[in-house]
Design a protein around this ligand. Structure first.
Ligand code: NAD
Length: 254
């Protein structure tokens, strides 16, 4: 088991990539803390893990609210004594060229995707510093590096997360804390399915067009990203620090 008895907090793990990672991490022996804003989805992930014999607990918290995140971290420390891995996964998407975006939407996506990485990290890192150990995985995206039409705000948030990850790595390397970033391409999750349903008359045509953007000529699955997250969470990646890890079917390279 690659994560035996590690205490792992995954934000936004009621759905998609976070949910798949929670299931995989639990299978690998971790005590998983499933965080989500949506109680129904979060408890469903926990149920799936416990039904399969794994260890998980749900904590509802909004990653954009300092008090909510602080209370969640304090509860985990009280009950488990430590957090070995923090996976900052929660995020939202949004489509539009810059002039089409509403200022309120800009603030919202910045808040969830960037402040939502800052706050959990801010409250977890002092505990990792005390123990001189920890792995932080930040969810960026390949749009941090390649231009994609009508993703202005989303790309800005994911570029910020990538830059933040590198800066965090420099600040906390001497405390034995590793900080790496995941850069997925298009992954078929509820997040993407919803976008396809609402933006195209025929989602199948949209999927076919998205596939051509990747060298793989296929889209990713949440499990593909979960496997990469497992590697970064485990000690197998102990020599990886401040790295961007691409899981994009060649979208960035191509
Ligand atoms: P998803 O919508 O399936 O899951 C995201 C989860 O985050 C949801 O359960 C949602 O309730 C939760 N969440 C949203 N706001 C929150 C908040 N304020 N506090 C706590 N939880 C909150 O999405 P997904 O596709 O699995 O995406 C997960 C992450 O991966 C996101 O950061 C996304 O930007 C990133 N990503 C996704 C893709 C893709 O193609 N799906 C590609 C690259 C990066």
């Amino acid at each position: 088991m690659r994560l035996q008895d590690k205490v792992i907090l995954i934000t936004g793990s009621g759905s998609g990539i976070g949910r798949s990672s929670a299931l995989l991490f639990a299978k690998e022996g971790a005590q998983v803390i499933v965080n989500d804003l949506d109680e129904g989805k979060g408890t469903q992930t926990v149920q799936e893990i416990t039904d399969a014999g794994g260890k998980a607990q749900f904590i509802q918290a909004d990653v954009t609210h300092a008090d909510s995140v602080k209370q969640m971290v304090e509860k985990i420390i009280q009950e488990h004594g430590r957090i070995d891995v923090l996976f900052n996964n929660a995020g939202i998407s949004g489509v539009g060229a810059l002039h089409e975006l509403e200022p309120d939407f800009w603030d919202r996506i910045m808040s969830i995707n960037v402040k939502g990485v800052f706050l959990p990290s801010k409250y977890v890192i002092p505990h990792m510093m005390d123990r001189k150990s920890g792995s932080i995985i930040n969810m960026s995206s390949c749009v941090a590096e390649i231009g994609l039409a009508r993703r202005a705000a989303y790309a800005a948030t994911k570029g910020a997360v990538l830059a933040l990850s590198k800066s965090m790595q420099v600040d906390y390397a001497s405390y034995g804390i590793r900080v790496n970033a995941l850069l997925p391409g298009t992954i078929l999750t509820p997040f993407v399915e919803n976008y396809l349903r609402t933006s195209y008359d025929d989602p199948e045509v949209a999927i076919a067009s998205l596939k051509t953007r990747q060298l793989s000529n296929d889209l990713g699955r949440p499990e593909d990203v979960a496997q990469a997250a497992l590697f970064l969470a485990s000690d197998d990646s102990k020599f990886m620090m401040g790295s961007p890890l691409y899981i994009d079917g060649g979208a960035t390279f191509g």
